[in-house]
Design a protein around this ligand. Structure first.
Ligand code: FRU
Length: 504
C-alpha cells in the first residue's frame, strides 16, 4: 500500500515536472539545442509573434498523449530565439472545436478595439476543427476563430463572435496566416482552402471579406494544401521587394511525404500573381521540415522562419518516449535574384552563434575522425579535381551505424543517406537517401551543418540548398569522418564547434 502511494506521488511529481519548466530534456534522441515541448505530442508552429523583446511560439499540442489528438495551442517564449521558456497552454479546445493552426499579430492601432489601457493587444486567428461535424461526414467542419491577449500573451480570451470566417463548403479550410498589408491599409488572412489559397481582407480583424484566390493551377498539388504564409522580402542587393507565398503540401514532397513549396510574385492586397516558374520550388529538400511559417513583427525587418521537424509519413511512429517532435532551428530567410528567377535562401539565425563552445580545426588527413556530440560543422570541399565524384562526411557510432551527408558530382546534387543510421523499422519510408539539387556553380562546396542527437540540418552554399533530416541511432553518433568513393575527400578546410544544450 505504502509502495503504491509512493509510486503515485512520484508519478504525479514526474507529470508536473514534465509539464512545467523542469522537464529534463535528457531522454534518448531528445534534441538539446532545438525547441521541443516538455512532454507529449507537438506538430506545427503557430501564432509566432514578436512583442516587446519577446518571441512567442505557440504550437499544435496534445497534452495527453505522444500521438496526435484534440489540438491545443502550447506556448513558449524566448528573448533570443534559442533559449525557450515553457509556458501554460494558451488555447484549449471548446464547444466549437479543436484549435488547429493559425497565426498572431500585434494590433498596434487597436483596429480590433480589444485594447484596454496602454498595452497593445495581441490578436491570434486559428482554425476550429469540429470533430462532430467531421464524423457526420459534413464538409463545413473547419472555420476560423479569433482570440486576443491584453497582457502581452500571458492569457488569452476567445472572441465572443466566433467564428469570424464561416465555412463555405470546403472540406480543407484552414491555417489562417494574418498580416497587415500596408499597400491596401487592410489586414489580410491567407487561408488554405482545398486546392488553393484564399485571401480575406478586414479593417477591424472581426469582419472578413473574401477578396482573391491563388494556386488552383500552380505549384505542387500532390497533397492537401496547408499552412500558408505570405510576406514581402527584399532581394539580397536591396533593390527589389517581392512577395513570397509559402504553402505546405501534405504529401508528394521531392523526397516523399510532407514538404513546403514557395512562390515568388506580386501581391496587391487581393491578387497574388506568381513569377512564372516551371519547376516547383521547395524551401527545404530534407523530409523533416513541415508546416513552417514566419514570425510576425520581428525587429529590423527580419524574416524568421521555423518549421516542424517531422513528416506526417511517420511523425506518430518515431521511436521517442515521453515526447514526440521538435522544431527546426529558427532560420533567417533571404531572396536571391538570378537569370533563373528568384530563389529563397535560408540560414540559421545569427543568435545560434551564442551556442558555440569549443572550436576545433577539422583535418581528416592528420586525424581520421573527430569526436562529436552536439555540433556545428563548417566544411569547404574543392570541386577542382574531377576524380572526386561522390564524397562527404559520415557520422558514426561503435556499432557501425552511420549517416552520410554528401555531394554527387554526376547528379550535381547533395544528399543525406539515413539508410544505415540506426532504427528505421518504425516506418517503411524512413530508411532512404534524400537528394537536393545544387544551385551554386562555385568551385568550392560549402557545407554548414547542425547536429543535435537525432537531427541534421544542412545549409549548403550559403543557404541555397537546405536539407533537414531526422535519424535514430541505437547509440548516439559520437564521431565524424570523411569518405570518398574515389580518391580522398577534397576537404579544403573545416571547423567544428561543440554546442551547448539550451535546457539546464
Ligand atoms: C499541418 C496540419 C494543419 C492543421 C494541423 C492540425 O501539419 O495538418 O493543416 O491545422 O496540422 O494539427
Amino acid at each position: 500500500m505504502r509502495y503504491k502511494i509512493l509510486c503515485s506521488i512520484l508519478s504525479g511529481l514526474l507529470a508536473v515536472s514534465l509539464l512545467g519548466q523542469t522537464a529534463s530534456y535528457v531522454e534518448k534522441h531528445r534534441p538539446r539545442f532545438h525547441f521541443s515541448q516538455p512532454a507529449n505530442w507537438m506538430n506545427d508552429p503557430n501564432g509566432m509573434v514578436y512583442d516587446k523583446g519577446i518571441y512567442h511560439l505557440f504550437y499544435q499540442y496534445y497534452p495527453d498523449s505522444t500521438v496526435w489528438g484534440p489540438m491545443h495551442w502550447g506556448h513558449a517564449s524566448s528573448a533570443d530565439l534559442i533559449h525557450w521558456k515553457n509556458l501554460p497552454v494558451a488555447l484549449y479546445p471548446d464547444s466549437l472545436g479543436y484549435i488547429f493552426s493559425g497565426s498572431a499579430v500585434v494590433d498596434k492601432k487597436n483596429s480590433s478595439g480589444f485594447q484596454q489601457g496602454s498595452i497593445q493587444p495581441l490578436v491570434a486567428v486559428f482554425t476550429y476543427h469540429n470533430i462532430a461535424g467531421e464524423k457526420k461526414g459534413r464538409n463545413d467542419f473547419q472555420y476560423q476563430g479569433l482570440a486576443y491577449s491584453i497582457d502581452h500573451g500571458k492569457t488569452w480570451q476567445k472572441y465572443a463572435g466566433n467564428p469570424i470566417i464561416a465555412n463555405p463548403g470546403i472540406k480543407d479550410f484552414r491555417d489562417p496566416k494574418l498580416i497587415w498589408h500596408e499597400g491596401s491599409g487592410k489586414w489580410i488572412i491567407t487561408l488554405a482552402a482545398g486546392n488553393k489559397v484564399q485571401f480575406y481582407a478586414s479593417a477591424d480583424l472581426k469582419k472578413w471579406q473574401l477578396c482573391g484566390t491563388f494556386g488552383e493551377k500552380e505549384g505542387s498539388h500532390d497533397g492537401v494544401w496547408e499552412c500558408p504564409d505570405l510576406f514581402p522580402l527584399k532581394t539580397a542587393d536591396g533593390k527589389e521587394t517581392k512577395w513570397v507565398l509559402l504553402v505546405s503540401v501534405g504529401t508528394g514532397a521531392p523526397n516523399g511525404g510532407s514538404g513546403t513549396q514557395y512562390f515568388t510574385g506580386e501581391f496587391d492586397g487581393q491578387k497574388f500573381v506568381s513569377d512564372a516558374a516551371k519547376t516547383v520550388k521547395w524551401i527545404d529538400y530534407g523530409t523533416d521540415n513541415y508546416a513552417g511559417i514566419t514570425w510576425s513583427n520581428s525587429p529590423d525587418n527580419r524574416r524568421i522562419f521555423l518549421g516542424w521537424m517531422s513528416n506526417w509519413q511517420y511523425a506518430q511512429q518515431v521511436p521517442t518516449k515521453n515526447w514526440r517532435s521538435a522544431m527546426t532551428i529558427p532560420r533567417e530567410l533571404g531572396l536571391l535574384k538570378s537569370p533563373a528567377g528568384y530563389h529563397l535562401i535560408a540560414n540559421p539565425v545569427k543568435e545560434t552563434l551564442g551556442l558555440r563552445l569549443e572550436k576545433e580545426a577539422v583535418n581528416f588527413l592528420s586525424r581520421k575522425e573527430h569526436p562529436i556530440s552536439l555540433n556545428e560543422l563548417l566544411l569547404n570541399f574543392s570541386l577542382e579535381n574531377p576524380e572526386s565524384e561522390d564524397f562527404g562526411i559520415e557520422l558514426f557510432n561503435s556499432i557501425n551505424e552511420k549517416l552520410r551527408i554528401g555531394y554527387n558530382r554526376k547528379k550535381n546534387s547533395y544528399y543525406i543517406d539515413r539508410t544505415h543510421a540506426g532504427n528505421t523499422g518504425f516506418s517503411k519510408e524512413f530508411a532512404a537517401l534524400h537528394e537536393a539539387p545544387r544551385l551554386s556553380n562555385h568551385k568550392t562546396i560549402q557545407l554548414h551543418l547542425f547536429i543535435d542527437k537525432s537531427s541534421v540540418e544542412l545549409f549548403a552554399d550559403g543557404g541555397k540548398t537546405v536539407m533537414t533530416d531526422l535519424f535514430f541511432p541505437t547509440d548516439d553518433f559520437n564521431a565524424v569522418r570523411a569518405y570518398s568513393k574515389s580518391g580522398t575527400a577534397p576537404l579544403i578546410n573545416g571547423s567544428l564547434y561543440e554546442l551547448k544544450s539550451i535546457w539546464k
